[in-house]
Design a protein around this ligand. Structure first.
Ligand code: TYD
Length: 136
């Protein structure tokens, strides 16, 4: 089974252009408490390199493209984010990295809670240890 959970969103656009709507607890699988977006990422810069203990997020590349690496401690998968009509779920305990941002990339992230540094696992070995302990 894939560790990647992608969500497809309907485009309600018409001859004027596109429109995508994300409703809380419908297209977004949680109650949104925070929204942030990453843009203007410099060449060769990668971001992320962490997992969360409790936070659930939904990431959408609303412009441009980037490559996302997801890792659940057992397998690692890559996805090319390049459509504003597709979201990727970032549930707790899913290590994620973002690479190869195009200069026009805008990565929109919806989050289930406010920013809390204590919720981050930024060390990959610690992430693997916690995953193993969780399974015992
Ligand atoms: P960082 O975690 O390094 O971003 P990324 O995971 O994309 O590499 O975040 C950069 C800085 O911004 C860091 O000092 C924490 C801060 N920050 C907040 O204050 N609130 C937030 O919601 C986020 C996502 C980051």
């Amino acid at each position: 089974m894939s560790i990647v959970s992608m969500r497809s969103f309907s485009n309600l656009g018409d001859d004027r252009g596109s429109l995508v709507v994300l409703n809380q607890l419908q297209e977004i699988p949680f109650t949104v408490k925070r929204v942030y977006y990453i843009y203007g990422t410099k060449d060769e810069v990668s971001r992320g390199f962490h997992a969360h203990k409790e936070l659930h997020q939904l990431a959408i590349c609303v412009s441009g493209s980037c490559r996302m690496v997801l890792d659940d401690g057992h397998s690692r998968e890559e996805i090319l984010m390049q459509s504003p009509e597709v979201g990727v779920d970032l549930p707790p305990f899913l290590w994620h990295e973002m690479h190869d941002f195009s200069s026009d990339c805008v990565l929109l992230v919806l989050a289930s809670d406010l920013y809390n540094e204590d919720d981050y696992i930024r060390d990959y070995e610690e992430f693997l240890d916690r995953q193993k302990n969780d399974e015992i």
